[in-house]
Ligand binder design. Structure first.
Ligand SMILES: *Cc1c(COP(=O)(O)O)cnc(C)c1O
Length: 366
């Protein structure tokens, strides 16, 4: 976490411990005002209005609420949903759950750099399609989809567009109006905030989106997500969004410079290496590389004394399966089984990158 985020949160554990829903006394007001500010900070980062932000326990919950909540709320229109094979497990497992309940799902494929085909998307839209679900940027490769074009197409066909932007928010500019996004998920711990808190953007006009709540109770968060608010967590998420917005441009350039330095050095010095993902449109801080003479799990073993890298997403680590994201891109088993994801962050220094270049070159010579 960014220490500034922790500083912002601390008073809301100790002094201002009121319930944000208790508006009969000053303890409640202090908490409620803090939540209000955080709502504004989150909204600002994505070009939304604060009334459009629903606080949750993280992106997984936001995704469940978005997909299940839309399919339930718009059941009269139909029961068809379009998603993509390379989505995060939180999306794919929610889709699998709905499939068992009778929802029809079309999974779009991706090309070798991880992007979907807009013609294929348009062809998949039917009169009974309720929702299109496409992530902003992939968590394993950093590949960014053509979100503006997808949003426009959904709008043209009067289908809702839910975008899981958990990896993109705070890393690249995200604007829900410009990109015609109707519902969007994000998470605090991906942007130097605390774990266990996130948000869902739910559009209020053109069109006004309604979601069936997945957690019933006291009617918090416009009745879409009941339960006493996690005030310190929400304050932390708000602060994390404020910091991310302030530094976005400079930080993007810094990370891209460091990422490219790492990538170019490894590509030049280690035979049979290549980059996975869309090198022309991807997040600035992720590098997914295959070391085709090696095996990911063996590499993780020799790297782990000094590096925290992974072969896929954290959620699927521990399995020996090749990444389903890389397999869906059609890169083949050898390339998928030799892939390593490096990710850089706010506190990564150039000295660290230089160390990693050296270290990886030495270790892959063994
Ligand atoms: C991390 C992540 C999630 C899950 O977020 P949690 O807050 O950990 O539930 C969902 N989607 C993407 C793209 C992610 O990177």
């Amino acid at each position: 976490m960014d220490p500034l985020v922790l500083d912002a949160m601390m008073p809301y554990f100790l002094q201002h411990y009121g319930n944000a829903a208790s508006l009969q006394h000053a303890f409640g007001w202090a908490a409620s005002e803090a939540v209000d500010l955080a709502r504004e900070q989150v909204a600002q980062l994505i070009g939304a209005e604060k009334q459009e932000i629903i606080f949750t326990s993280g992106a997984t919950e936001s995704i469940n609420l978005a997909i299940k909540g839309c399919m339930e709320a718009y059941y009269r229109k139909g029961n068809h949903l379009i998603s993509v094979r390379t989505e995060h497990k939180a999306v794919l497992d929610t889709c699998a759950y709905l499939e068992k309940k009778g929802v029809e799902i079309t999974y779009l494929s991706v090309n070798e750099n991880g992007t979907i085909d807009l013609g294929e998307l348009e062809a998949a839209i039917r009169p009974e399609t309720v929702l299109v679900v496409v992530m902003y940027a992939n968590n394993e490769t950093g590949t960014i989809q053509d979100i503006g074009a997808i949003g426009e197409m959904a709008k043209k066909h009067k289908v809702l567009f839910f975008c899981d932007a958990t990896q993109a928010v705070g890393k690249v500019p995200v604007n829900v109006l410009q990109k015609h996004i109707d519902v969007l998920s994000l998470s605090a711990h991906k942007i130097y905030g605390p774990k266990g808190v996130g948000a869902l953007y739910v559009r209020r006009k053109n069109p006004r989106v309604t979601l069936t709540e997945q957690m019933s109770g006291g009617g918090h968060e416009r009745a879409m997500r009941s339960g006493t608010l996690n005030v310190p967590g929400i304050v932390g998420l708000g602060k994390a969004c404020e910091i991310a917005a302030k530094n976005l441009d400079v930080e993007m350039q810094r990370l891209q410079y460091l990422r490219d330095k790492l990538e170019n050095a490894l590509l030049q010095n280690i035979p049979e290496t290549c980059v996975n993902g869309n090198i022309n449109n991807r997040l600035p801080h992720i590098s997914n590389m295959s070391f085709r003479n090696a095996n990911s799990n063996q590499l993780l073993g020799v790297f782990r004394s000094a590096l925290a890298v992974s072969a896929g997403s954290a959620c699927t680590s521990g399995s020996n399966e090749p990444s389903y994201v890389l397999m869906a891109m059609g890169l083949g088993e050898q390339r998928a089984k030799s892939a390593i994801r490096f990710s850089l962050g706010r506190f990564t220094t150039e000295e660290e990158v230089d160390f990693v270049i050296d270290f990886v070159m030495k270790k892959t010579k063994l």
